[in-house]
Design a protein around this ligand. Structure first.
Ligand code: ADP
Ligand code: ZN
Ligand code: ZN
Length: 740
């Protein structure tokens, strides 16, 4: 049969997503051979304008597809992959996310692949795998325990283990090379004919309690189909054990599991629990990996060699040929939402992915987001509860300390100091939480009330004493010298007000000179490995005081901590953001959850100026669920998210007026089109209007009809981009999590 394509070679065309900040894909010409060879989801090198870029093929066009004659089609430069690297599900996921979050498809797809592939490096770059040659060499390591341990691990995996994975479990490449010299193992560059390893349990599962049993059963029933679960369980109620047992059922079918966590670096013990339960290929995907390791991990997932993929937010876009289960732990955590550029929420993308892959998904938390409670109420999530602490540990008791009447030393109430002393005397550990690093948040002049403010932001400078005395703006990074005297009245009456972690550390050292105090914040853990060191010390059971910020609140298991204190819960209650109370409640429960996880019962002290705050009282006299119920009811009355859907447009420029005028004109246009369907708030200045010398303002759009609102916003957003002044930065945030 004559091939009509032969007569018009420009009819061989493909559509390519290129990594530029434009909303369309672009068409390129290919030769007939290339057309046959090319697969959707493979990379091609193309020229775009004057740039040479790596694009991803999104479509092979039919010969009769209309030709865009507005500009001359170019030929692609080269095909980079002979097969697809993004499978169908991930391609669909990228298209959906680009559409939903109003972000350019080319950039979304680029975000989905590892850096080295973005740079056009060959797919099979490195795949070092170690395999045992001699299975009876146990007695050949008399002098090296390290080699002995490595050998034991290697023997468990007769098909070979990737060097990345060995490295991650603490086996160094040097050790492997030393064993290789003895001729006992071999490094293979690329395993051919890889067989998926059947999963083996390395450790017996615990006997689940009744709640756990129910949760496991209903999740296992859902395997091989889409169902979304909310696993709502107190801190320490055994959620991780539930994950492990459900994972086992899925792994036994030869399927892969994707586990998303907020921050891998901060939860080493979660990782080791997965590693010690299963003998199988587990890979980690997070921003701490170098490019090569990340590519390797990605390839293991993409080829199906890895069976468990444990990653942070962006791992949701990893292609996995046999995905059978998604777990998203600490689902309330804000780090699942990317707050710049492509502003997606990994939780929502994950729900959509599970739907595409036809597999179950579990969102787990001790303090589920109000958003998820809402979805559960609507029947979109199956709500499963774990109501007791596993292993018999009791929930800690909470106490409020009224700072208005309490006797205090440097901001710490006497009552609390006495309790800390009691615990230390009993050789227990104490955790003190304050979400403010540095020495003091404000420096003022006592004579004339001058305040040290950042010249570029609407914010106070934070006083730091180490490594030298300086003023630091935590919003734009400006660092200034500490003035010797007040710049306004020239008196030497400058005084730090309030306390940061460094100040509290000083106070505690004075109060408890003979005890160890470990400070954990971004300043004390900035060096690589320092967190691990601190972590190891905490687990020595020695009596000590742990003092820290956010970093201490997340998912850790500190078995010897029996007293937890939050020094200032009020700052979270004063914010203009309607989600601030939700975040504060989550923080209180998460920090409180660090107490009494072992055999000893814990207690929690909260210092506040507002002991009669209704939120606090519901939380303390009842529990988080009661708080969540009240909060959701409030949101329903106020018609706030999740009871309405939101889209936020942020605008940033050198002029307040320009922001206001532009946003006012644009919202006027939207009103003309969308009428009453969309409720528009603003334009209003951001809570911190000036940041790094630029002014920020925003509008928030709210509607009960998500699809219709998105439809209007899509068109409108393109107009905004078209009309905006060139010196103005405008961003769109669909389902914003923060109103700042
Ligand atoms: P969560 O993930 O909800 O914080 P974990 O799974 O970490 O809770 O469990 C808390 C502690 O209870 C862990 O030390 C765990 O080993 C233990 N645990 C969990 N389930 C059981 C069980 N069924 N029986 C005994 N101990 C359990
Ligand atoms: Zn002064
Ligand atoms: Zn600043």
């Amino acid at each position: 049969m004559p091939n009509i394509l032969n007569t018009a070679p420009e009819l061989y065309r493909i559509r390519v997503a290129v990594p530029v900040h434009l909303y369309d894909c672009f068409d390129y010409k290919v030769t007939e051979d290339q057309y046959r060879q090319i697969e959707v989801g493979a990379r091609v090198a193309v020229s775009f304008g004057r740039q040479h870029v790596v694009g991803i093929v999104t479509e092979k066009l039919q010969s009769d597809a209309p030709i865009d004659s507005s500009f001359q089609l170019k030929f692609i430069t080269e095909i980079l992959d002979d097969q697809t690297i993004l499978n169908e599900a991930v391609l669909k996921l990228c298209h959906w996310s680009a559409q939903y979050y109003q972000f350019p498809i080319g950039e979304v797809m680029h975000a989905a692949i590892p850096t080295l592939l973005r740079q056009g490096k060959p797919y099979n770059l490195l795949a070092r795998t170690w395999k045992v040659l001699d299975l009876n060499a146990d007695d050949k390591f008399k002098r090296s325990e390290k080699q002995q341990d490595a050998y034991k691990v290697l023997k468990l995996h007769p098909h070979g283990t990737a060097e990345t994975i060995l490295n991650l479990s603490g086996i160094e490449t040097a050790t492997l090379k030393a064993i290789e010299k003895k001729g006992i193992i071999r490094c293979e560059l690329e395993p051919q004919n890889f067989q998926p390893e059947p999963v083996q349990l390395a450790q017996m599962p615990l006997t689940p309690n009744e709640d756990q049993q129910k949760a496991i059963q209903s999740m296992v029933k859902a395997k091989n189909k889409y169902q979304a679960f909310l696993l709502d369980g107190l801190t320490g109620s055994g959620k991780t054990e539930v994950y492990l047992q459900v994972m086992h059922e899925v792994l036994k079918q030869g399927k892969q599991v994707l586990v998303l966590v907020p921050e891998i670096g901060l939860t080493p013990q979660t990782i080791s629990r997965f590693q010690s339960r299963f003998h199988c290929n587990i890979v980690l995907m997070h921003s701490g990996l170098n490019d090569t390791k990340r590519l390797q991990a990605w390839q293991h997932a993409q080829t199906g060699k890895a069976t468990i993929i444990l990653g942070t937010r962006s791992a949701i876009f990893t292609p996995m040929p046999n995905l059978g289960l998604i777990i998203l732990d600490e689902e309330h955590d804000l780090s699942f939402k990317q707050q710049e550029g492509f502003r997606y929420h990994a939780r929502d993308v994950a729900l959509y992915r599970a739907h595409l892959e036809n597999c179950p998904i579990v969102l787990g938390s001790a303090t589920p987001s109000i958003d998820s409670f809402y979805l559960a109420d609507q029947g979109k999530l199956t709500h499963l509860k774990l109501t007791q602490r596993a292993g018999g540990a009791l929930m800690p008791k909470m106490h409020l300390i009224d700072l208005k009447i309490a006797k205090k030393q440097q901001g710490i109430s006497q009552n609390l100091i006495d309790e800390i002393k009691k615990r230390l005397d009993k050789k227990e550990q104490v955790l003190i939480f304050l979400n403010r690093r540095g020495y003091a948040p404000v420096l003022i002049c006592e004579s004339c009330a001058w305040q040290a403010n950042c010249p570029h932001c609407d914010a106070h400078f934070t006083l730091h004493k180490k490594p030298y005395e300086h003023l630091h703006c935590h919003h734009c990074g400006t660092i200034n010298r500490l003035p010797d005297a007040c710049p306004q009245c020239h008196q030497q009456t400058l005084k730090p007000i309030g306390m940061g972690t460094a100040k509290v550390e000083e106070t505690l050292q004075e109060l408890f000179p003979e005890h160890k105090i470990l400070r954990v914040d971004r300043d004390s853990t900035s060096r690589v490995g320092s967190w691990q060191k601190i972590y190891d010390q905490i687990h020595t059971s020695e009596p000590m005081i742990l003092l820290g910020t956010q970093m201490l609140a997340k998912g850790h298991h500190f078995p010897y901590v029996t007293l937890v204190a939050i020094l200032d819960i009020d700052s979270g209650l004063l914010s203009v953001d309607f989600r601030a109370t939700e975040r504060t409640a989550q923080l209180i429960i998460q920090v409180a959850g660090r107490a009494g996880r072992g055999e000893m019962k814990g207690e929690v002290y909260l210092q506040t100026l507002r002991p009669d705050h209704p939120l606090l009282n519901t939380l303390i006299t009842k529990d988080y669920r009661a708080f969540a119920k009240d909060t959701l009811a409030d949101r329903q009355i106020a018609l706030l998210p999740p009871c309405r859907y939101a889209v936020m447009i942020r605008c940033e420029s050198r002029s307040q007026d320009e922001n206001q005028t532009f946003l006012t004109n644009m919202t006027q246009k939207l009103r003309e089109h969308a009428g009453n369907l969309i409720d528009i708030w603003g334009p209003i200045p951001a809570p911190m209007e000036r940041k790094a010398g630029r002014y920020q303002a925003h509008v928030v759009l709210l509607s009960t009809e998500r699809a219709k609102m998105h439809f209007y916003v899509r068109e409108w957003w393109q107009q905004i981009l078209h009309f905006k002044p060139s010196n103005m930065k405008i961003t769109i945030d669909v389902d914003p999590q923060e109103l700042s």
